[in-house]
Design a binder for this molecule. Structure first.
Ligand code: IMP
Length: 189
């Protein structure tokens, strides 16, 4: 099964969740160095666009994911634009800084991470999603992880994803929940 990603952190995260049940390959393993377009305006659209790109060119079963951080007080922004919230060429630091600035003085700091996985298996398309709800902290907490992890505190916990670390995050995250649905589906076939 090909995981349509160039992000080694994500491949490692999802491989850990699969616990050896499936062997995942990534784009490098199939010799794909293309910059795969993700220009849709929904998470579902982007996940499908990436999976279709690989299926059409390589003819292999594959899945792709797309994730967004949806903040209530910002009407769901940055959402599908989470990676480039602070503009093209900006990094996670700039994205987090922009979000903290946008939320300054706002009491409603509710947010959720949402992952959508698009699977193409034997030519058929399937969608799975996973959500984790939580709060945007007033300031960042150091630790592991990537993206908005230092400022997102999942419900039921006292610290950010970054502070909680990969072991906890891999159990409860949006991606974990979507991957669980994917694995359940694959096991039942
Ligand atoms: P992607 O679709 O998984 O590449 O995610 C888009 C953007 O959402 C990333 O560039 C990150 O900024 C953010 N993001 C996705 N997943 C996570 C996560 O698990 N923790 C923190 N930020 C994330």
């Amino acid at each position: 099964m090909i995981f349509v990603t160039n992000n080694p952190h994500k491949l490692q995260e999802v491989n850990a969740m699969l616990g050896g049940k499936f062997s995942l390959k990534n784009l490098r393993d199939i010799g794909c160095t293309d910059d795969i377009p993700e220009t849709a305006d929904t998470l579902e659209g982007n996940a499908l666009m990436k999976a279709r790109y690989i299926y059409e060119r390589y003819g292999v079963d594959c899945f792709a994911d797309d994730t967004g951080l949806e903040v209530d007080a910002l009407n769901g922004a940055p959402g599908v634009y989470s990676a480039r919230y602070a503009g093209p060429g900006h990094d996670s630091e700039a994205n987090m800084q922009k979000l903290l600035t946008e939320l300054k003085g706002k009491s409603d700091r509710r947010a959720q991470f949402r992952t959508v996985i698009a699977l193409i298996k034997e030519g058929k398309e399937y969608l799975f999603d996973g959500i984790v709800t939580g709060t945007i902290l007033e300031e960042r907490e150091e630790g592991e992880g990537f993206g908005y992890d230092p400022i997102f505190r999942p419900d039921g916990y006292d610290h950010s994803f970054a502070h909680l670390g990969d072991e906890v995050k891999n159990r409860i995250s949006h991606r974990a929940r979507a991957v669980e649905k994917l694995v359940e589906f694959l096991k039942n076939r």
